[in-house]
Design a protein around this ligand. Structure first.
Ligand SMILES: Nc1nc2c([nH]c(=O)n2[C@@H]2O[C@H](COP(=O)(O)OP(=O)(O)OP(=O)(O)O)[C@@H](O)[C@H]2O)c(=O)[nH]1
Ligand SMILES: [Mg+2]
Length: 133
């Protein structure tokens, strides 16, 4: 199976204690679960360019500061993904669900109560651990 490269943003608020999540539509892959906004990298596209493009398209923000956080590879029964997670620590504009998706700012400590795609378990645990420091 071909691995799909995906780039997604862990978007922090100004004080760094909340992140912005989007609810995947029921009909999407891993539907009705919370995701870090992002999407598929285009052929030949640099990771940072893909991140900036996806966050502009999906939530209407312009990323002004970001750093790579972690890469997670995961095999779902129907597809294989390589998720490139980037921290987004500054952006311009007010986030909006440009594709009709629900957005929510959640405190790091609240992430444990939500349903995420299976592949996100390690990154969610990492963010939860950061919440109790
Ligand atoms: N954006 C995003 N995708 C994730 C996460 N975790 C995870 O397993 N995925 C998977 O990675 C893939 C990303 O695809 P996507 O649906 O966001 O892609 P896209 O925005 O380009 O959408 P499109 O294919 O509808 O145009 C999906 O298979 C999704 O289930 C996550 O935290 N954020
Ligand atoms: Mg997407």
């Amino acid at each position: 199976m071909k691995t799909i490269d995906v780039v997604a943003g862990v978007i922090f608020n100004g004080s760094g204690d909340k992140v912005l999540l989007a609810l995947r539509k029921p009909e999407q892959h891993q539907g009705n679960r919370w995701e870090f906004p992002g999407g598929k990298l285009e052929a030949g596209e640099a990771l940072q360019d893909g991140l900036v493009r996806e966050l502009q398209e999906e939530i209407g923000i312009v990323v002004t500061q970001c750093q790579p956080r972690t890469i997670i590879e995961h095999s779902y029964p129907d597809k294989q993904v390589r998720l490139h997670f980037w921290d987004v620590t500054a952006f311009e504009g007010e986030p909006a669900g440009c594709e009709g998706q629900t957005l929510r700012w959640l405190a790091l400590a609240e992430l444990g109560a939500l349903e995420f795609p299976e592949a996100n378990q390690a990154i969610v645990n990492e963010l939860l651990a950061a919440a109790i420091k």
